[in-house]
Design a protein around this ligand. Structure first.
Ligand code: FAD
Length: 511
């Protein structure tokens, strides 16, 4: 048996990142001989307390932990999510949905959207949205799980994620992690002990002078980056040039009766507002550029645009778009906000936690901390951040709004190369490119390219195998099937109630 195994992991922080890490690590490595996992958190400091919308990959994480979906949905007051509706992003009055899942049906071996583009050029102005079951069902407030046993139905390939109460999710994971042996220590860390020669972290010191020692430290301490930045000075790659929003004000409010399984993002003069309906309340926030609007004014705009009565005082959060130059330094790995933050426009932060954990599990070190593993971890992490950044920048850059400085600035600032390339490729050829194994699929890029008003001048030549008339006929048939399928799906409210959750507002309030 090898003698250089990690014997003690210390997780610093008990927000979503800390407890996701603890739950996954105890599940995967719990049986490793002599391994102890300890999580230190401070109730006094608390968590960031937002982070409610997810993407479909969360299903993989929950499955890895053996979580029963119904139990999870009930325990976290979750709702389903079929995509994100973007209002006023392209221009005021315009809207589109970025759905999970697919549009239409690939035909003749080429992607559906080439046939749609051909149809447009033949005079059919029907928007792309109506070919996606996720969009049509989402806007109609309907939901059902995918049914792979009906391969000819669009329901076979519908994809979904969740919107949930992040603090309840952390609590839920904590129970699981503690049951698997993770030790939780309450206390405020006031100092970090590093080896005088190597700089490796040896222990964290709590305010009552207790020492928590370890071999491997996972920094989940949030924006402050207690170990990765304050102790090891990892440095920060700042992307605010492309993503200038640097603050958010958040407030929950009472639900409206309109329960769509969608997150909504509405562009505003100095940023955008999120609306995330959960079973028991709706989460809201205004993400804005502090160069364009003051905090009080932003809070006023938010409060004036809620579905129901506010349930708390508005909460201010400050951030910067970007990531630590190195997420793993010596024996410290930063996961969650300690590692970086890209604004919540496409709900990617929890996903970044998940992939950070997965990468760490794959490259789990020994006490030798081999450079080659660390270098790989850091390289893949930076690439993942850059891919997501590009997708987010597309939303801001490809806009037609002329009503504020923010939107003018974003349109006129040259985007990262990857965005220009994809825009150029789509405009000139109608092709949607997905590089390597980047997170967002062709469907996602297509949704936002088309949604943000990029016009393709061409389509795949093979789409001409069908005549114009045949193309238009097939398009009409596909959208009819989508509409009929959506109409047969239950409303999300009914669906949740059937599963033992009560999305109905009155039921919830009475309970
Ligand atoms: P935190 O929640 O800040 O937790 C840090 C932990 O470290 C806490 O337990 C704290 O007590 C502990 N700690 C810190 N210092 C000390 C100390 N000295 N001693 C002891 N303990 C300490 N993500 C999504 O996926 N979807 C979204 O819709 C979404 N929306 C967001 C909106 C906004 C405005 C922001 C800012 C973020 C959003 N996120 C979203 C990101 C999401 O909130 C975070 O990724 C997630 O909550 C993880 O946070 P964390 O655990 O890294 O940090």
């Amino acid at each position: 048996m090898r003698g250089d195994r990690i014997r003690k992991v210390v997780i610093v922080g008990g927000g979503t990142a800390g407890w996701m890490t603890a739950a996954a690590m105890s599940q995967i490595l719990g049986e490793m001989p002599d391994l102890t996992i300890e999580l230190v958190e401070s109730d006094e400091i608390g968590t960031v307390g937002v982070g409610e919308a997810t993407i479909p990959q969360i299903n993989l994480f929950n499955a890895l932990l053996g979580i029963d979906e119904r139990d999870f949905v009930r325990s976290t007051n979750a709702t389903y999510k079929l995509g994100i509706e973007f209002r006023d992003w392209t221009r005021i009055g315009h809207s589109y949905v970025h759905p999970f899942g697919f549009y239409g049906l690939d035909m003749l071996g080429i992607e559906f959207h080439h046939h749609w583009l051909k149809g447009r050029m033949a005079g059919d102005a029907v928007p792309l949205d109506v070919y996606s079951l996720g969009v049509v069902a989402g806007l109609a407030g309907r939901f059902a799980h995918p049914s792979p046993d009906q391969p000819n139905s669009p329901l076979s390939r519908i994809a979904y994620a969740f919107q949930f109460d992040a603090s309840l999710y952390a609590k839920y994971l904590r129970q699981r992690a503690e049951a698997l042996g993770v030790r939780r220590t309450e206390g405020r860390i006031v100092d970090v002990v590093q080896n005088g020669e190597t700089g490796f972290v040896e222990a964290v010191v709590l305010s009552d002078e207790r020492l928590v020692e370890g071999d491997l430290f996972i920094d989940c301490s949030g924006f402050r980056g207690l170990l990765i930045e304050q102790a090891l000075q990892g440095g920060f790659e700042d992307w605010s040039k492309w993503l200038p929003c640097d603050r958010a004000v958040a407030v929950p409010c009472e639900n409206s009766d309109d329960q769509q399984p969608l997150t909504r993002s509405t562009a505003r003069l100095a940023g955008w507002q999120w609306r995330i309906p959960l079973q028991h309340r709706t989460g809201n926030g205004y993400v804005y550029s502090s160069a364009q609007i003051g905090d009080d004014e932003a809070a006023d705009v938010l409060l004036a645009n809620l579905d129901g009565a506010a349930l708390a005082e508005p909460r201010l959060l400050r951030f910067k778009a970007g990531h630590r130059k190195k997420a793993w330094i010596k024996n410290v790995v930063a996961i969650g906000l300690a590692g970086g933050f890209l604004e919540p426009l496409e709900s990617t932060s929890i996903h970044l936690i998940q992939t950070g954990i997965a990468r760490l599990m794959t490259l789990f070190p020994t006490r030798r901390f081999d450079d080659i593993e660390i270098e790989r971890y850091n390289r893949l992490t930076v690439r993942e951040y850059a891919d997501i950044r590009d997708f987010l920048v597309l939303h801001y850059h490809a806009n037609e709004r002329t009503d504020s400085e923010l939107w003018r600035y974003c349109r006129e600032t040259a985007p990262p190369e990857g965005v220009s390339y994809k825009l150029d490729m789509f405009r000139r050829t109608g092709r949607v490119i997905r590089e390597h194994d980047e997170l967002f699929t062709e469907t996602s890029w297509l949704a936002v390219l088309v949604g943000q008003g990029a016009e393709a001048q061409n389509y795949h030549p093979a789409a001409d195998i069908l005549s114009d008339a045949e193309t238009l006929q097939r398009l009409a048939h596909i959208r009819e099937v989508v509409a009929q399928t959506a109409a047969m799906m239950p409303t999300q409210n009914d669906y949740l109630q059937r599963q033992g959750s009560a999305s109905n507002v009155t039921l919830r309030r009475a309970s």
